[in-house]
Design a protein around this ligand. Sequence first.
Ligand SMILES: C[S@@+](CC[C@H](N)C(=O)[O-])C[C@H]1O[C@@H](n2cnc3c(N)ncnc32)[C@H](O)[C@@H]1O
Length: 250
Amino acid sequence: MSLRKNKFSRCSKKRKSVATKEELASSCFRWINQRLYTSSSEEARELFQKDPLLFQVYHNGYGKQMETWPQKPLEFCQSWLKQYCKENKSFVIADFGCGNQAQLEDKLNRPNIRFHSFDLVKTEDPRVIPCNVINVPLNNKSVDVVVCCLSLMGTDYAKIIQEAHRILKKSGVLIIAEVTSRLQGILDIFCRRIAQIGFQECLRNTSNSFFVFLVFQKSTKEHKQPTTITTNHNDNTILPQLKPCLYKKR
Ligand SMILES: C[S@@+](CC[C@H](N)C(=O)[O-])C[C@H]1O[C@@H](n2cnc3c(N)ncnc32)[C@H](O)[C@@H]1O
């Protein structure tokens, strides 16, 4: 009897310790997530650079959150690109904020598509180029598509849009998938301001309740760009600050 009791108590301690570890990982994920949405991209890069484990913890937590979404925004990007990247033409795609693996590159593995997958730090996947996408090592007008799938995280995300504009060829496309709640009440102004940077809005899909899917085409007219575009809610010429996407304790 006492042997069974001991075994039971050891088992229950083990379960408690697993639960505590999961709770810790979950609160750590929420803390990192909040930091990413409320700091500049450079501060985020420094955070992960100083402690690469945080990047892993973030992506484990993000992966768990994604499991609860009925449809993944990356799948949306994938199916749109499958249609867009016709096989008789070659395409260069830059995935801005690809995550810990070059997932989109895996999903669209075709000989006519060349990928540049970027994220803030080095990961186990050698295809991921460690880089803050406000400044990517690509030439002006050298890519056909830029994908920003849930990656407009930093308070200076406007610089990401500006960088996308710089590297896109004329008529190249910018795909943005973003969490719906981040754009609530500001979607029109967000799209209008992106257009002012030198894009034309081609597609706005709000049919999914979790995320918005947007496609912009780089204008063929040369736009005179301001030297820096910043994010602020009140100014008329710049991009609105997006709301952070905070996950609830589960
Ligand atoms: C929410 S995850 C999305 C990952 C992937 N695109 C997906 O849809 O599954 C956002 C990713 O963007 C990256 N990110 C955010 N800002 C970035 C920046 N300025 N430069 C490079 N990567 C960035 C983060 O490190 C993170 O891996």
